[in-house]
Design a protein around this ligand. Structure first.
Ligand SMILES: Cc1ncc(COP(=O)(O)O)c(C=O)c1O
Length: 404
């Protein structure tokens, strides 16, 4: 049993934590693999991984060793100076992705801000100052900072935060014709997620990313791919758009890259290297030795444990299990969808998905919502099939109790 008392902690939350989240009334204290325990000693099965972040699960020995070893050596020096883990990480990421240059930051929003600034300044530096518009997608999620939010399509995240800087046009995801119609000589870039995760776990339709590549090339614009949720093995390939055999001009990474340690990255092709010369962009903590050493350890663990293949294989296993639930509960479930270990059960309109999520959590399984109606599974990539079975059985038991 924990030595921590829960009630005084919850009182601190009630009195002093900014109330912009909706946490349930328990306090998580420790984790191992896919299991978490709260201060009352209750066990939870973590099938959300901190929203597709903790790919190695909790307290993975390679992660723990990387933090401890690097913290004992060198934590932070700023970008006024090189540091060894960061240079190695830049090399590793470029080698693995086929990109040429890496800029480091601390979150997905910040990586997407870098994409936006990169695209606009690329054309500015070439004298094409009228090329600034970005095509983004309805229901897209690119982050909460104001630049990233301007590209985010989901209305509920945007409401009340305008006016936005402008220069972003949102069109329906998957609609090639709408993209073509929205294009113009003022378009600097198209930005897209390979799977709309926050939007409800919708994979891009077959051929859509390739069509965007073709449109961008025809119109002299850039293709930017937001791999924050899909990148680093989550979908069963290193990058989500590797399924589509398409090459981006620049990509954003975060979440799985640090597997719980905050880090983000913007990777781009050599042609974009002159866009942001010294002094135009930066980030104090970006690529510090500690974050970089952890990301290197994460990439090594992904290799050593075959986690890309594991995400594909266990993703197929989870998909089949979720499809059986959908078939068994047609009154409350509409469909199963996703890619690799980023999957969801879409509930039928009228089913209170948030209430379902709460009941699943009360029975010890942690999931998140995607969109307003999808129960999202984004487990650690080290999850076992037995753990997936356990989680799916709990979800099924909750759905079985709903009126259909
Ligand atoms: C596709 C995508 N882009 C960007 C973000 C924002 O990342 P962060 O919360 O690290 O700023 C997220 C977070 O969920 C995301 O899923």
């Amino acid at each position: 049993m924990s030595k921590l008392e829960t009630q005084p902690l919850l009182a601190l939350a009630a009195e002093h934590l900014y109330p912009n989240y909706r946490q349930p009334p328990f306090v998580l204290e420790r984790g191992r693999g896919c299991e978490l325990w709260d201060t009352e000693g209750k066990r939870y099965l973590d099938l959300c991984a901190g929203v597709a972040v903790s790919t190695l699960g909790h307290a993975h020995p390679a992660f723990v060793a990387a933090v401890a070893d690097q913290a004992a050596r060198l934590t932070h020096v700023s970008n006024y100076f090189f540091n060894e883990p960061n240079l190695r990480l830049a090399g590793e990421l470029c080698r693995r992705t086929g990109m040429d240059r890496a800029f480091f930051c601390n979150s997905g929003s910040e990586a997407n801000e870098a994409l936006l600034k990169l695209a606009r300044r690329h054309f500015f530096a070439r004298g094409e100052t009228a090329r600034f518009r970005v095509i983004a997608f309805e229901e897209a999620f690119h982050g909460r900072t104001l630049g990233a939010l301007a590209m985010t399509g989901r209305a509920k995240y945007r409401e009340g935060f305008g006016p936005f800087a402008g220069g972003v046009t949102h069109v329906p995801y998957g609609d090639e014709g709408a993209v073509r119609a929205a294009m113009g000589d003022d378009v600097a870039a198209i930005i897209v997620e390979p799977v709309q995760g926050e939007g409800g776990v919708f994979p891009a339709p077959p051929g859509f990313l390739r069509a965007l590549r073709a449109i961008a090339d025809e119109r002299g614009a850039l293709l930017l791919i937001d791999e924050v949720q899909t990148g680093i093995a989550r979908t069963g390939k290193l990058l989500g758009h590797d399924h589509d055999d398409v090459r981006a001009d620049a990509i954003a990474l975060a979440k799985g890259l640090g597997a719980g340690f905050p880090i983000g990255a913007m990777l781009c092709r050599e042609a974009l290297a002159p866009a942001l010369p010294p002094g135009t962009h930066g980030s104090t903590y970006g690529g510090n030795p500690l974050a970089s050493a952890v990301a290197l350890a994460v990439l090594r663990a992904i290799d050593d444990e075959g986690l890309i293949e594991a995400a594909a294989e266990k993703g197929a296993y989870l998909s089949a299990a979720l499809a059986r639930v959908v078939a068994a509960r047609p009154g409350v479930c509409a469909s199963e969808r996703g890619r690799g270990l980023l999957r969801a059960i879409a509930l039928r309109p009228g089913v209170d998905a948030r209430a379902v999520l709460g009941r699943v959590r009360d029975r010890g399984v942690l999931l998140t919502l995607g969109g307003d109606t999808a129960l999202r599974f984004s487990p650690p990539l080290v999850v076992t099939k037995a753990e997936l079975d356990e989680g799916v059985a709990v979800v099924d038991s909750v759905l079985a109790e709903l009126p259909s």
